[in-house]
Design a protein around this ligand. Structure first.
Ligand code: SF4
Length: 334
């Protein structure tokens, strides 16, 4: 069985964008792969180093969202990054194999640096050494567990390419040690927000969280962007430019053809259409929220799952690091 390494930074609750963009795919893949799901608390600290409380609380929230979404601890190991010190050690060894200019050239890092309103080589005031080196620590995450496959969104492909480069360089210097992991593009495109934004995101204020209650969902759906040409209830409209229809489709409303034809014909009002979407969304989230509630009420089970997942990941990383130290001539007393 091939090994998948995947995961997220714990920075808050998961939303539908995460669910359709990555979690759903992991739930499917966990039965066919040896699955390791990383809660990247060390990486979360690159942006939140001054807010450890937020990161710690989010570790629990993330674990709850994974379990609620169908990640099955019998088939997946959910583990905490900071409890695998071998990854930190490997990051140090890898840091000698990557030039600073190569890190600057990573398009995803460049883009994220832009969002922080910084330009490489200019002020350098908001970019930390940890932020710039993030692709190196990600390479260590993947290779320390002998990962074969990394399911990613398009924006993460350059990071996996960098992982492959590092693994190749390491092998060429110290002898065959690592596999070159393969990036598998997530089948689902980026999920749009109800506000029409191309992306759903916490920071964009348009996220529908897996744990949202009825009142929260109602408020968000009722303010969704529809076809602006539809002014009156019986105006015909184009569902293809309406975010409500987009979500009817995403959530596989059985009534989709009717929504489309009634919208085209002007026999459906947007308020009724939104109310129907709220119902569909609540039905979709119901099993997820039921599982979440179960695990919220059984924190000892969540802790056990995290502990066992972390032990499994660490055992694997220890084996890999024995190989690394031997090949790097660092196995002094073995
Ligand atoms: Fe969108 Fe529904 Fe209104 Fe048509 S009727 S514009 S699909 S909300």
């Amino acid at each position: 069985m091939k090994t998948i390494i995947t995961g997220d930074r714990p920075t808050g609750k998961m939303h539908l964008g995460h669910y359709f963009g990555s979690i759903q795919n992991r739930v499917k893949m966990q039965y066919d792969y040896d699955t390791y799901i990383l809660i990247a608390d060390v990486q979360a600290l690159t942006d939140n180093f001054d807010n450890p409380e937020k990161v710690r609380n989010s570790v629990r929230e993330l674990a709850l969202d994974y379990l609620a979404s169908g990640i099955d601890p019998k088939h997946s190991h959910i583990y905490i990054q900071s409890l695998i010190p071998e990854v930190a050690e490997l990051t140090v060894y890898f840091s000698n194999l990557v030039t600073v200019s190569r890190l600057y050239r990573n398009p995803t890092t460049k883009h994220e640096a832009g969002q922080k309103k910084d330009k490489f080589g200019e002020s350098g005031e908001t970019i930390t050494y940890g932020f710039l080196g993030y692709p190196v620590s990600q390479a260590a995450d993947i290779t320390a567990l002998d990962g074969d496959v990394v399911p990613v969104g398009e924006d993460q492909v350059p990071h996996i390419e960098q992982t492959r480069e590092i693994a190749r360089k390491f092998n060429s210097i110290y002898g065959e040690t690592f596999k070159e992991p393969e990036a598998v593009l997530s089948e689902t495109p980026r999920i749009k927000g109800l506000d029409g934004n191309e992306k759903m995101g916490k920071s964009l204020g348009n996220a529908i969280y897996l744990a949202d209650n009825e009142a929260e969902i109602t408020k968000k759906v009722m303010s969704a962007v529809t076809d602006p040409s539809k002014i009156k209830k019986d105006d015909p409209a184009n569902p293809d430019i309406c975010m409500v229809y987009y979500y009817h489709k995403l959530l596989k409303n059985e009534n989709l053809d009717t929504v489309c034809s009634e919208c085209n014909a002007g026999s459906r009002g947007c308020v009724a259409c939104k109310k129907e979407l709220i119902k569909v969304m609540l039905e979709f989230l119901e099993p997820i929220q039921e599982r979440r509630k179960y695990y919220e009420e059984h924190p000892e089970e969540v802790e056990k799952i995290l502990k066992e997942g972390t032990e499994a990941a660490r055992a694997r990383a220890k084996e890999v690091m024995q190989r690394v130290r031997k090949n790097m001539k660092l196995d002094y007393f073995e």
